[in-house]
Design a protein around this ligand. Sequence first.
Ligand code: F6R
Length: 249
Amino acid sequence: MTQRALYRPALQVLESPEAVAAEVAQRILRFVETRARPVLGLATGRTPLAVYARLAAAHRAGTSFAAVESFNLDEYFGLGPAHLGAFACYMQRHFFEQVDMLAGHGHVPSGLGDPALEARAYEATIAEAGGIGLQLLGIGLNGHIGFNEPGSDFDSRTRIVTLDESTRRANAKDFPEGTEVPREAITMGIGTILEAQRIVLVATGEAKSEALHAAFHGPPSRGCPASALQLHPCVELVCDVGAAHRLCL
Ligand code: F6R
């Protein structure tokens, strides 16, 4: 087996989740403002909400996102874009509608239709856009990135996956009462994520400290999908003191 080089992330630890959001938003804005055709990879979840709020504020203050094309990491399988639990709906509300991105430039994998066809088409659209320049990532309590749950192959591509019960429990609060969290999702693969030129991983709160420790201490292993980030030479980890407290990088 050929030995692959391992890298450490460039770590920035800040006092509070607000300071983390401000820093990550600044990095995204610098990227958007300095590229002719900025291609972003985007995440959903609770952690990036404050980042999107800051990007929306930057737009109100004059920043244009008209040249941006974006690709979200994942979507629940079986949910249409108008479903309140769907990531497409989240992105519409928190980002796409808040800025001047062109119609059709904010891509979210479709949770409807044939997942194998959708997965292939999604990868092809990313390639046509020239690949992802900056990928924003969160991390799950179990170390997942996108919806690549523990056990995922490091060279996996966009595909349909079964969600861990722990992920379904953690995300239940984002669903309207009485609605079940879907059991499956379509997600960019770890191999797809690792092709981004630059990855910005954001984590806040002590609950994430164990997942970060598993990701960056010890050899990469399929048991912790985020540990695959050690194979990427350009990962920036921005977190608050709570999330960072078990890190020694
Ligand atoms: C979201 C995604 C997930 C989340 C992770 C953390 O698109 O792919 O990997 O980043 O579950 O979610 P929060 O931020 O809600 O803790």
